[in-house]
Design a protein around this ligand. Structure first.
Ligand SMILES: Cc1cc2nc3c(=O)[nH]c(=O)nc-3n(C[C@H](O)[C@H](O)[C@H](O)COP(=O)(O)O)c2cc1C
Length: 204
């Protein structure tokens, strides 16, 4: 049976959503498929308006319960940085997963990450490292992007780009005006493909 993959993300301004689509394209390139889920918003509407946050897309299911992820063999998490760390919405989701933690529901499942920050040095790597604790406590097997399939893009110093061996990445710019570049989307697609192939080895 083909492995079941989920792409779980939170995205306030759409950058991580775009990266999620690129990850999905890579999974499809590898012959698989994935289900997309958004992590639920926790901020009040009044605050979201002050942050100029557009309405959330309605074509991606909102995760209501961590139990919805139990059927999946591998999960890619898309995370927009807050202060060099993951956002409260992401934490709130995990803080509701005590049952899965206690029962080991996610033990041995595969996980990967992709990240968006406003700027260089804004925390692409620190966000990935910060998220390791949650994955570890749940017993996920973390699959890094590494360099094998993306060295030329990750090591490219001719243009500004996000991404690291921890996972694909993009820069939104401080005002959100920058969109994921072709290079960044290419890396995300390569990550989706490699992630699927890795999970497929365990779930042929
Ligand atoms: C409260 C807050 C804190 C943020 N902290 C950081 C930060 O520490 N470093 C950084 O580079 N960008 C930071 N940003 C910018 C976000 O990372 C950026 O808006 C996000 O990556 C865009 O992704 P999205 O369009 O998917 O929401 C912050 C944004 C907000 C609203």
């Amino acid at each position: 049976m083909a492995p079941k993959i989920a792409i779980v993300y939170y995205s306030m301004y759409g950058h991580i959503r775009k990266m999620a689509e690129a990850e999905l394209a890579g999974i499809k390139e590898a012959g698989g498929d994935a289900e997309l889920f958004q992590i639920a918003e926790t901020l009040p509407e009044e605050v979201l308006q002050k942050m100029y946050a557009p309405p959330k897309p309605t074509d991606v299911a909102v995760l209501k319960d961590p139990a919805q992820l139990e059927p999946f063999d591998g999960i890619l998490f898309g995370i927009p940085t807050r202060y060099g760390n993951f956002p409260a919405q992401y934490k709130a989701f995990w803080d509701a997963s005590g049952k899965q933690w206690q029962q080991g529901s996610f033990f041995g499942k595969y996980a990967g990450l992709f990240i968006s920050t406003g700027t260089l040095g804004g925390g692409q790597e620190s966000t990935a490292i910060a998220s390791m604790s949650t994955l570890t406590h749940h017993g996920f097997i973390y699959v890094p992007l590494g360099y094998k399939n993306t060295f030329a893009d990750l090591a490219n110093l001719d243009e500004v780009h996000g991404g690291s061996p921890w996972g694909a990445g993009t820069f939104s710019a401080g005002d959100g005006s920058r969109q994921p570049s072709a290079l960044e989307l290419r890396v995300a697609t390569a990550q989706g493909k490699a992630f699927y192939e890795t999970v497929a080895k365990a779930h042929p």
